[in-house]
Design a protein around this ligand. Structure first.
Ligand code: FES
Length: 114
């Protein structure tokens, strides 16, 4: 009985602590995310590691530092290019474009070389 009470309390706590779900559009595909998640976390969870590309070589780039320093994770958000995905939080209806959408020939390998 004590175990059941504990499990029910845990389940209630988990339900309460979840942030609301939002829908973002990644390269034209709608995806579910938790409000407050970083854009980089949503993309990596979707298996998308090539977020941007080197402007000179076209080499795909992915998140490296995860804290807004290296700028290897730049994406286009709501038409604003060069936005660091790791420091931007998702919002409902956000339009996110990765290197795959902007430079499809540069990410044919599907992976970043960060
Ligand atoms: S991963 Fe370094 S700035 Fe985003």
């Amino acid at each position: 009985m004590i175990l059941m009470n504990w499990l029910n309390a845990l389940k209630t706590q988990q339900t309460r602590s979840r942030p609301p779900s939002v829908t973002v559009v990644v390269d034209g595909t709608p995806r579910q995310a938790w409000a407050g998640q970083s854009v980089a976390a949503v993309l990596v969870a979707a298996g998308i590691w090539a977020l941007g590309c080197n402007p000179v070589t076209g080499q795909p780039r992915g998140p490296f530092c995860g804290m807004g320093v290296c700028l290897e994770c730049r994406v286009t958000i709501d038409g604003c290019p060069g936005t660091p995905a790791c420091t931007e939080h998702v919002a409902d209806g956000m339009d996110i474009r990765t290197a795959l959408a902007v430079f499809p020939e540069s990410t044919e390998s599907g992976g970043a070389d960060a």
